[in-house]
Design a protein. Structure first.
Length: 116
């Protein structure tokens, strides 16, 4: 699986896997409460190394935008947006596909010595 930035006027992220390709808009909407349904892009972070995300819920992509366009977080909102929202967008992209188990491999892109 590979996750890469897709430049373009719609500011989308792209997820490539053996099941094909998934593109989603780079929007994150943090939900104030638990969702009774789980639309595509819905994530509930139960535990992990990102303590700032513990017990948080969010939606990604177009469903995040339609939930509340004025409250979405976008990658372009800050210079650190890719770093701050990268995990949320990756998990949102994974939620678009139903699988019992995911095996992830990651690639680190060198920016030729330039800061992220």
């Amino acid at each position: 699986m590979r996750v890469s930035k897709q430049n373009g006027r719609f500011n989308r992220k792209k997820l490539l896997s053996s099941n094909g390709e998934t593109r989603l808009e780079s929007y994150v909407y943090y939900l104030p409460s638990c969702s009774t349904d789980a639309p595509k892009g819905y994530v509930e972070y139960l535990s992990g190394t990102r303590e700032d995300l513990a017990s948080k819920r969010w939606m990604t992509g177009v469903n995040a935008y339609y939930s509340d366009p004025s409250a979405i977080c976008r990658v372009t909102d800050s210079k650190a947006g890719k770093v701050e929202l990268g995990l949320q967008l990756l998990l949102g992209a994974l939620s678009e596909h139903s699988r019992d188990r995911w095996e992830l491999a990651s690639w680190l892109a060198s920016m030729m010595g330039k800061p992220w």
